[in-house]
Each structure stands twice: as C-alpha cells, then as structure tokens.
Write a protein that binds this ligand. Structure first.
Ligand SMILES: Cc1cc2nc3c(=O)[nH]c(=O)nc-3n(C[C@H](O)[C@H](O)[C@H](O)COP(=O)(O)OP(=O)(O)OC[C@H]3O[C@@H](n4cnc5c(N)ncnc54)[C@H](O)[C@@H]3O)c2cc1C
Length: 542
C-alpha cells in the first residue's frame, strides 16, 4: 500500500517541531502528532546556544525567537549567593561569552524559556508547507518493516483511532519514548543520578537582581541548594531545588505552601509575595541510546539522549539531531541519494551525544549535585565554557570524505574551538560582503550543497555548474574574494585552501569534502565526490 505521508514525527516538543520546520524547508510531506492539546506549559529549557541559533537563523526564525526571549544584556552573568538578598559568593561571565568565543558565529546565544520558544516553533511549523501538525493526537501503536511504518494514532479529542502509513518515523517523544522502548534500544550510561524539583512561580524579584542581570542565580545554604532560573527577569521565575533526597525531601513534600516557603528562604525575603504556578519533580539521567536508527525509525532529542541540564545541552543537541537528519531524509525520499546515507545519522550524532552527556554529568558532579554539601560548591571551569562542544564537534561517516589531513587538535576539546574546514567539521563562520550587504558564510548554506572556491577557483565553479546532481536543486557555488568579497582576508586561511582550492558544504553546514588546491580535472573530481557522498560511487563521469 502507498504511504500516506513521507515522514511521521511523534512528539511536538522542541525537537519534533524543529524537525517539522526543517522537513518542510526541504519540501518533505510530514505529519507531526503531539498528544497534548498545546505546547509546553513548563519553561524547562532556556538556553539556546549559538550553534542552534545558527540552525534557526537558516530557517528564518532567529528574529522571532529573540523577540520571544530575553535580550542578551539581561542575562549576561551567573551569580552565586547565600540568598538573593544576602551575601554574594561569586559572579562570573560565562566563558562562552568571551569576545573571542562570540566572534565564532554571526549569532549569539538566546535565553528563551521552552514555553515561550515552542509557540514560536509551532507557528512557523504550521505556516510552513507541506508539513502538517496534529495536536491532541498520540501515537499508540507501531509496526514497521524495511518499506516503512504503520502507526495507530489516537485522536484524544474525538476519542477515535486512525492508521497512518509513512516511509519514515522520527521518534521525538522525549525521555519516556514509547517507540524507543518498543525497539528494545538500550540506554548506555548512568540513570537517575540525582533528583530535583522545578518550581515555576510569580514574584517580583527585580530589586535583588536588576543590578546583576544573570541567567542563573545559584543559592547555597546549608539546608537548601537551589537555582533561580531567569525567565522574564522580572516577575516570572523558575526555582530549581537540587539533590532533594540528600536534604531529606521527597517529591510529594513539595506542596505549593512548602514551595513558596523555600522560594522565600532562598530569596532571603521572609515576606516576599510568591504565587506558585507549577511544581514538577524530575530525575536527571546521563544516558544515550546505543542505536539511533532501526530500519525506517529514527530516534531524536531526549528520546535518544537524556542528560543533566547543567550546561544546557538537551534541547540544543536534539534540535541539531534533526538538522542532521532532515536533509538526508529529503535526499533519499527525492531519490537523490542512496538510503545508505541515512546510516550516517547514527554514526555522526550518537558518539557526540555520549561526549556531551559525559560533559553535562561532569558539570553536575562538580557542583555536588549527587551529594549533600555543607558549603557552596562552585562548578568546574568547563561549566558554560563549552565552546569546543558547541562548535568543534566533528563527524566521521559515509557522508564525509576525508582529505588526508590530520584532525585539528586543541588543548581542551571541551572548552576550545579552532575554526577549520577539515571535512566533518562545521563550516566556520567568516564575514563576507556582497555589495553593501554583510553576510556570514553560514548564511550561504541552504537546502542544497554549497561549493565555496578560492578567489582563483573559477574552474571549480564551472565544474559545479556541469556536474550531474540528479534530484537535487542546482549546486550553489561562489568564489570567495571574487563573487563574494572577503573583507578581513581570512577565508582562505580559515578554510585551509589555496586560492585555487574548494570546499563542499552539506545542507546542514558541515564540510563534506575539500580540495586544498586545483585539481587536474575538477569536473571529474567534484562528480566523484558527489557520487561518493550520495552513495552513487559506482556512477562515473561521462
Ligand atoms: C530544569 C531543566 C532545564 C533545562 N535547561 C535546558 C537548557 O538550558 N538548554 C537545553 O538545550 N536543554 C535544557 N533542558 C532539556 C530540555 O528541556 C529537553 O532536552 C527538551 O525538552 C527535549 O526536547 P524533545 O522535543 O526531545 O522532548 P520533549 O520536550 O520531552 O517533548 C516530547 C513531546 O512528545 C510528546 N509525546 C510523547 N510521546 C508521544 C506519543 N506517543 N505521541 C504523541 N506525542 C508524544 C510529549 O507530550 C512531548 O510534548 C532542560 C531540562 C530541564 C528539566
């Protein structure tokens, strides 16, 4: 039987919604189902890192997300204190915010609470075509084979069931993923490493925060350790109580009355007017799926990896999962690539999730999240200084062609990033000029592959126009220093090519192939690279 749709997305959290937007950009027919009637009601995630903002910039969402979030100057610090009104222990500017680190991207991070972000994502996903969204709809049963999936959907409004057939399924169902359990996927790592409770509340805290605007205010008291999480910076806040069992609390203890009392205690303001809006106990795990794919089913986001929020990587890693996956699904569905391309999803995303999850756990342990602390525990220096993990992750897979150069090494791969265009790396940001317009290399990457050649690389541009690239939009090709100007004269150095070299960049902004200098037969060289990348290696140049 024919498929009803190309891709079914189970879960309308930030990762599922991002997948829907990305697939629509590629012209893929998707159906997203979300069991709840609307988007998130808890602000859980807040920090969108600059790499994820690059993804949203590529989709035209950057301004809308910034408008829903807080201006950067309202969140620039991290503060440790005995209470908001009491003695300040320390304040830091996160390492990620140093001028050198900020110069690595055309975009800045954004603090936008998940319950403010998701409506923006939902609006864009609903406006984009051909993707379709159905809320109050749950995926309740699944069968699949190599030709696709058959899913039973329960419409919770009408209490009716329907069956949908799709070529592929993205399970973005969050940490409790039903699909993942059904696939029998093992989670590697440490489960339930510490417990916490999230309190969402209304209280005017301006007089204790306005002079030191921070994203996080860590409160360190002998009997209470918690963090004020900035949401609007004025009267809407989260308060995260850490390691609750270490301090003798149980999840069921957190009545609104107790929550309000603890918020007042942490604020150091006994008569503070507090209105508790929500309480959610949760346990942090540090686990990653041992496989991200089973036939036509792909795991993404928290369904594939669960990590402590220390470092703010959960949503970011999930959004980047589907950025990695969407163009590959589109290419295979269009017939423009061999299905083997899809194997690169696990090969590229799973190992990095293990690295990031380990780092998030190390942050949490360094802050004493699993123990009872009697005095302030300041985090390791890597905390919120993970520039290497944000930009320096590299891929090794069949969707990357090595160029024989050794990996670029840095002293600390967690905190340091050395901009480079070795195949498998994120194509670095370099400012360019098109007439009066200043744009980033990142702004050039669209839904097709992009060839960037050096200023003397006319032969590569010519080859790019001629190569056979079946079922793909034409290759985008630019000479840097000729078609686009390089005002700082650093593109060739950062991209590691001579003026007659070239770099091929994937739709997700990662370098697929590089030739440091001219080739004898650029047409054949580029065609061979394209064939290899798209799994058509046996085809030859005519
Ligand atoms: C306190 C806290 C702070 C955090 N801070 C950050 C941060 O600063 N930065 C960051 O990147 N991350 C952060 N995170 C993590 C972030 O919240 C998660 O990583 C993110 O929500 C994962 O998104 P997701 O779409 O994969 O899953 P979810 O947000 O869990 O969404 C999954 C969705 O799928 C739906 N669903 C489930 N099963 C089905 C089904 N069978 N059919 C239909 N729908 C289904 C659910 O209803 C849900 O809406 C934080 C988390 C916590 C707890």
């Amino acid at each position: 039987m024919a498929n009803d749709i190309d891709v079914l997305i189970a879960g309308g959290g930030p990762v599922g919604l991002t997948a829907s937007i990305l697939l629509s950009r590629h012209g893929v027919r998707s159906l997203l189902v979300e069991r709840h009637p609307g988007t998130a009601i808890q602000p859980k995630s807040r920090g969108i890192n600059p790499r994820t903002m690059e993804v949203y910039r590529q989709c035209g969402l950057e301004d809308a997300i910034r408008a829903a979030g807080l201006p950067v100057e309202r969140t620039g610090l991290i503060v440790w204190a005995e209470s908001l009104a009491g003695k300040e222990i320390e304040r830091r500017i996160p390492g990620r915010a140093s001028p050198t680190n900020m110069a690595m991207s055309p975009v800045r991070n954004c603090l936008c609470a998940q319950d403010d972000l998701e409506p923006v994502l939902r609006r864009f996903a609903e406006e984009a075509k051909p993707g379709e969204l159905r809320f109050s709809t749950e995926l309740t049963a699944l069968t699949y084979d190599d030709s696709g999936v058959r899913a039973v959907l329960h419409d919770r409004t009408s209490n009716t069931e329907s069956v949908v057939r799709a070529r592929y399924l993205i399970a973005a169902e969050g940490a409790q993923s039903r699909v993942r359990r059904q696939l029998g996927v093992k989670m590697l790592g440490e489960e339930r490493v510490y417990d916490s409770v999230n309190i969402l509340f209304h209280a005017d805290l301006r007089q204790w925060v306005e002079h030191r605007p921070a994203a996080l205010y860590f409160i360190e008291q002998p009997e209470l350790r918690g963090t004020f999480l900035t949401i609007n910076g004025t009267d809407r806040w989260g308060f995260l109580i850490h390691s609750i069992s270490q301090y003798g609390f149980k999840p069921e203890d957190f009545t609104p009355e107790l929550c309000a009392r603890l918020v007042r205690q942490a604020a150091g303001v006994p008569d503070l007017q507090v209105s508790v809006l929500g309480v959610s106990p949760w346990e942090a795990s540090a686990i990653v799926a041992d496989r991200y794919r089973d036939g036509p089913v792909f795991l993404a986001g928290d369904a594939a990896h669960e990590m402590p929020p220390t470092g703010g990587f959960g949503l970011n890693t999930g959004a980047q999962d589907v950025h990695n996956l969407a163009w590959k699904l589109a290419a295979v569905l269009r017939g423009g690539a061999d299905p083997a391309l899809l194997d690169s999803y696990h090969a590229e995303r799973q190992p990095l999730a293990e690295t990031i999850t380990r780092a998030a756990l190390a942050n949490a342990l360094s802050m004493g999240r699993t123990t009872r602390a009697t005095s302030a525990v300041l985090p390791r220096r890597e905390f919120l200084n993970e520039q290497g993990l944000i930009f320096g992750i590299t891929y090794t897979s069949n969707a990357v062609i090595p160029d024989g150069t050794p990996p670029v090494t840095v002293a600390d791969p967690t905190t340091e990033y050395a901009a480079n265009a070795r195949p498998g790396s994120r194509a670095p940001h370099v400012w360019l000029q098109r007439g009066e317009q200043r744009l980033s290399t990142i702004d050039l990457f669209r839904t097709q592959f992009t060839l960037l050649a050096g200023r003397d690389g006319a032969a590569w541009i010519d080859a790019a126009r001629k190569i056979a690239w079946p079922s793909w939009p034409p290759l985008l090709a630019y000479r840097i220093g000729a078609d686009l100007m390089d005002p700082d004269d650093n593109w060739h150095t950062i991209y590691g090519v001579q003026p007659d070299g070239a770099v091929l960049i994937r739709p997700d902004g990662y370098v697929a192939w590089r030739s440091a200098s001219a080739a004898r037969d650029p047409h054949r060289t580029l065609q061979d690279a394209a064939n290899r990348l798209l799994g058509r290696a046996r085809e030859t140049v005519s």
